[in-house]
Design a protein around this ligand. Structure first.
Ligand SMILES: NC(=O)C1=CN([C@@H]2O[C@H](COP(=O)(O)OP(=O)(O)OC[C@H]3O[C@@H](n4cnc5c(N)ncnc54)[C@H](O)[C@@H]3O)[C@@H](O)[C@H]2O)[C@H](O)CC1
Ligand SMILES: [K+]
Length: 512
């Protein structure tokens, strides 16, 4: 599991080390770790550091100081290092070290250190480099990157996105991509997307949370020996190695009822496929039994695809309600309502998806998992008096997922390029495991079915430990993403293919 902390938590944990150590020791350790990782990247890219071109964008604070000290180290190892200072004052010690190591100093502001150049000249340097190091702002950032630095970042991001140079530089962010919301993953202004973020002491929450998480690239942690044991992480992400501990694995004496029965109320004449996909995913991810509740014709389609399914009501340990439920189908909508009411009264876990999201009781329990996408979350909140639309949810997914969790009392899984889960007590999970190909029709039905299996298998545990629901939802998002990769590595995927990849994916994850 990767856990992310706020800037304040990191600063607090850093303080005892700053107090105890000689001045600048922690920063030297951070900068050395950064230089080692940039050197590794240069070696992969061009066989070594000597003769490589490194351009460091340097802002006013210690983040710029890290970039300067790392630049000095790389210059000592034979790289050509050019610093572009975006503020009149930069870190003194870093500047002296860079000068002593023979680095070149340019500045895009009047009174800055080094030769004054225009933003266009700095851009030309950057695009022809092997590596661009982004040391404009770190955890001391207040809001967006501004002025010349913003201009530089905006233009450079545009140029790099066009991918036209003969060899596009790799971008390495120092601690965080400059200008992200360090605590919440917000993007208040332009940010230079990184291929690699070298972060110090602890992973910052903003590196895990969307939308900023999508701009951090690979994240590598330089260990500074910070003690964060007393701090509650602001965000968490499950890794492949965490799934085995969460997955309900049958014991020798288990039978289908103790393993968990999933009830699926899904599909209508208009969308029968959703019922097929949700039940298929529930069966293939290892439910003890799957029951289907819905129109007879849809039941036939389900049975044709999955003869393991039992059609009709009966004992159930968790419900999946809503995939493919057309609001105009009063009968099936009525079944959804009944199931939601029954499950809430009985304390059974429920996955409430798509057609169920418009029929929720006012107050839900944490073992009800809502699985909206951005548009559905906006609607869900709008009808509860919040002023929000799909675009605002996409810009600030964590904020609105948190709001929905507080307003409804349910666990909220907000689907997106990074899936956000907010659970009981406000714990936030962020999973980014699937290929972009996974944004395809029916994909959500598969996720709902798979999560149903997980909740049915852990129905007793989640009643005792409500925050576990969010961890299970995060695990479902991870498995869903891995199954998509497995179904067709590197190429287009389809929902049924993802469902069919579930048994192999789960087996691999359990093997560890
Ligand atoms: N985590 C660790 O243990 C270590 C982290 N280190 C690095 O230090 C930075 C944080 O440094 P700090 O000087 O506090 O903050 P910044 O570098 O982010 O810059 C603050 C600086 O910038 C000004 N400022 C703030 N917001 C803006 C803005 N939007 N536009 C322009 N200027 C802005 C502000 O006034 C300050 O002057 C951390 O990220 C690590 O990289 C150390 O190496 C020690 C170990
Ligand atoms: K930075």
């Amino acid at each position: 599991m990767i856990v992310g902390y706020t800037a304040a938590q990191v600063r607090a944990a850093e303080q005892p080390l700053l107090d105890a150590g000689p001045p600048g020791a922690l920063m030297h350790q951070a900068a050395f770790g950064l230089a080692v990782r940039v050197a590794r990247l240069l070696t992969d890219r061009r066989g070594g550091v000597r003769g490589a071109d490194v351009v460091a964008l340097v802002g006013p604070g210690n983040n710029g100081g890290d970039a300067l000290l790392a630049g000095a180290e790389l210059a000592r190892r034979g790289a050509g290092v050019t610093v572009v200072a975006t503020s009149a004052a930069v870190h003194d010690g870093g500047l002296a070290a860079l000068r002593a190591a023979g680095g070149t100093l340019l500045t895009v502001v009047d009174g800055g250190p080094g030769r004054r150049v225009w933003v266009g000249d700095a851009l030309a340097e950057a695009v022809s480099a092997d590596v661009v190091v982004d040391g404009l702002l770190g955890i001391g950032a207040r809001g967006a990157v501004r002025a010349e630095a913003a201009e530089l970042v905006t233009l450079l991001a545009e140029l790099l996105a066009q991918d036209v140079a003969p060899a596009v530089p790799d971008v390495v962010a120092v601690d965080v991509p400059s200008g992200i919301g360090v605590d919440d993953g917000d993007l208040p202004g332009p940010v230079l997307p990184a291929d690699l973020t070298v972060t110090f002491g602890a992973v910052k929450a903003g590196l895990l949370l969307p939308p900023a998480a999508g701009l951090a690239g690979d994240v590598e942690l330089v260990d500074l020996g910070l003690d964060l044991t007393g701090s509650t992480p602001a965000a968490a992400r499950l890794e492949v190695s965490d799934v085995a501990d969460l997955w309900p694995v049958p014991a020798a004496a288990s039978h289908k009822y103790t393993r968990g029965v999933v009830g699926v109320v899904a599909g209508t004449a208009l969308y029968p496929g959703a019922a097929v996909l949700a039940t298929t995913a529930a069966v293939l991810s290892g439910a003890g039994m799957v029951r289907y509740v819905g129109p007879a014709a849809v039941g036939h389609a389900v049975l044709a695809a999955r003869p393991e399914v039992v059609v009709g009501h009966g004992r159930v340990q968790a419900w999946v309600a809503g995939p493919g439920v057309d609001p105009a189908d009063a009968e099936q909508t009525g079944r959804v309502r009944d199931v939601l009411a029954e499950a809430l009264a009985a304390g059974l876990p429920v996955v409430a998806d798509a057609g169920a999201l418009g029929h929720l009781p006012d107050h839900l329990s944490p073992w009800v998992v809502l699985t909206p996408h951005a548009g559905e979350l906006a609607t869900l909140l709008s009808v509860r008096g919040e002023e929000v639309d799909r675009e605002r949810v996409e810009v600030d997914p964590v904020l609105w997922a948190r709001r929905a969790q507080r307003v409804t009392g349910a666990t909220v899984l907000l689907k997106g390029p990074t899936t956000v889960v907010v659970g009981a007590g406000g714990a936030v999970w962020a999973q980014s495991d699937g290929p972009a190909w996974l944004a395809t029709a029916g994909s959500g039905d598969v996720l709902a079915g798979l999560l149903g299996t997980l909740l049915a298998g852990c129905a007793d545990e989640v009643l005792e430990d409500p925050p576990l629901v969010a961890a299970l939802a995060a695990a479902a998002a991870l498995v869903h993403g891995r199954a998509a990769h497995r179904s067709n590595p590197g190429g287009p995927v389809h929902a049924l293919g993802v469902a069919h990849a579930l048994p192999g994916t789960v087996a691999d994850l359990l093997r560890g």
